[in-house]
Write a protein that binds this ligand. Structure first.
Ligand SMILES: Cc1cc2nc3c(=O)[nH]c(=O)nc-3n(C[C@H](O)[C@H](O)[C@H](O)COP(=O)(O)OP(=O)(O)OC[C@H]3O[C@@H](n4cnc5c(N)ncnc54)[C@H](O)[C@@H]3O)c2cc1C
Length: 449
């Protein structure tokens, strides 16, 4: 019998999976997951992301068993382990969903040097290699990217999960790392992802445009952890957008386009994973005060809306997009701490921590990315709180010291409290300081040309 390996990486699903479909067309499918030491170090194993991934693997393994198959797990460098299994199966071809991070691309190049590896689309809605402007350059504005995105063909059709799969051959397997933890109310796995999407589409998508920025309402899908590990395909989300009215549909699709934009930026300019896209970024004189960084992390800045976001992050591993923008802006602009410190901390904490989206989000806030927020846009935390948490409920839910403060007073009319700190830096002072630092960086960069 001819075998075909379906190498699972961050596509933990049976439906809408082009790699699985291609493997099924090619031979008797053998599902493989490789525990790659480069991605499963001690610190990774302590993260919520790891818990969510392993819970997802547990769910996937049982879905495979229910269909007559079995998940094969191997441990070691992928180039060695994938080749070893392919060899054991008589030179079986390998099918996998294409991933675009710098590490994934190096890994896949190494693997394709030793086996017949076919990469298929699914991680993004458009292939980043095709997302170039008329001059063949990567897009540096979201607007241009969006136009090209809308004009380019869809990559992937939707399809159901197979009802049956062939029995896996008698090859060895490590035990799958298993866990059944919930992360911020998220059960891992494809079934949970589909149920969460259905709930969002029937109960909340219609109001997405109106409520998506509100911190005190459950206005967004909260699907990001599932999307991060491919427990649901982005093409399934895109199809669901059609069930909303035009405003919400457009607003939701735009978020999926932003996701593709960040993927494409990292694909074309891998140096942005750790370096500033805008040259002036190198000249920003960050203050990088460790004590202030620690206060930001622990949610004791004295700015309620910032502290609520940081405490929610530490406690659950998920925060709202608006909250991500507010806390990131505070770190970068109020405290003048290098966005890379925040990016690393977010990636450690977030269940959905994803290199492209996270770096893209941080560089957007810092003003150093392509199509990012202008340097002079400095969020006023009190105004952000009053606007996006008008009744103060979000703050009171996470900052217990402020539970006795009524309504919107939690944002800017706090009484003196013995157990809650005063603001660690004055907003007007911090704003003026950030503007000066950014302006000098921009000036120095111009003068150096
Ligand atoms: C500083 C910063 C860091 C971020 N880090 C991450 C990260 O590590 N991982 C991550 O998935 N998102 C990240 N984001 C993007 C965004 O905040 C989250 O994707 C979103 O809050 C997830 O909530 P949701 O599923 O309810 O989103 P919805 O609003 O329901 O959006 C649907 C899906 O679109 C995608 N998406 C939405 N907004 C964005 C965006 N701006 N960029 C990229 N994809 C988006 C997500 O997959 C999301 O599940 C970051 C944003 C900022 C400002």
């Amino acid at each position: 019998m001819t075998h075909a390996i379906w190498w699972i990486r961050r596509d933990l699903r049976l439906a809408d999976n082009a790699a699985l479909c291609a493997a099924m067309r090619s031979g008797s499918v053998v599902p493989l997951f490789v525990l790659d030491p480069a991605l499963t170090g001690r610190s990774a194993k302590r993260s919520r992301r790891w818990e969510f991934l392993t819970s997802g693997l547990t769910a996937l393994a049982s879905e495979l068993e229910a269909r007559g198959s079995r998940l094969i797990v191997r441990k070691g460098a992928p180039a060695r382990e994938v080749a070893r299994l392919a060899h054991e199966l008589g030179g079986a071809p390998v099918f996998a969903e294409e991933d675009f991070t710098p590490y994934a691309r190096r890994r896949d190049e190494a693997v394709s040097g030793v086996v017949r590896l076919r990469l298929l689309p699914g991680l993004s809605l458009r292939h980043p290699a095709h997302m170039l402007d008329r001059q063949g350059r990567p897009f540096v504005t979201f607007r241009g990217f969006r136009q090209a995105w809308l004009a380019s063909p869809k990559l992937q059709a939707l399809n159901d999960a197979p009802a049956r799969l062939p029995a896996a051959p008698a090859v060895s397997s490590e035990p799958a790392p298993s866990s059944r933890s919930r992360q911020n109310g998220h059960d891992a796995g494809e079934c949970a992802a589909r149920a969460a999407l259905e709930k969002f589409v029937t109960e909340r998508i219609e109001e997405y445009a109106a409520r998506r920025d509100r911190l005190d309402l459950d206005g967004t899908s909260r699907l990001s952890p599932y999307v991060r590990f491919g427990m649901i395909a982005p093409s399934r989300l895109l199809a669901a957008a059609g069930r909303a009215g035009p405003d919400s549909s457009r607003a939701w699709i735009d978020e999926l386009v932003w996701r593709d934009f960040h993927i494409a930026t990292l694909y074309h300019i891998p140096a942005t994973a750790t370096g500033n896209f805008a040259p002036f970024g190198q000249r920003i004189r960050w203050r990088n005060d460790q004590g202030e960084f620690d206060r930001w992390k622990s949610g004791t800045t004295g700015y309620p809306v910032v502290d609520a976001g940081m405490r929610q992050l530490a406690s659950t591993g998920w925060i709202h997009n608006r909250s991500r923008m507010i806390v990131a802006s505070f770190l970068v602009k109020h405290l003048l701490i290098d966005w890379r410190w925040g990016e690393k901390y977010f990636r450690e904490q977030l269940v959905d921590g994803d290199l492209a989206a996270n770096v893209g989000g941080w560089q957007w806030v810092a003003g150093t990315g392509p199509s990012s927020s202008p340097y002079f846009r400095i969020f006023n935390p009190a105004l952000q709180g009053a606007r996006f948490d008008p009744g103060g409920d979000f703050v009171r839910a996470w900052v217990s010291e402020l539970r006795g403060v009524r309504g919107a007073d939690v944002h800017d009319r706090l009484p003196e409290l013995s157990d809650y700190p005063p603001p660690m830096v004055d907003h007007r002072f911090a704003r003026a300081r950030a503007l000066e630092v950014y302006r000098s960086a921009i000036k120095e960069t111009r003068e150096s040309r």
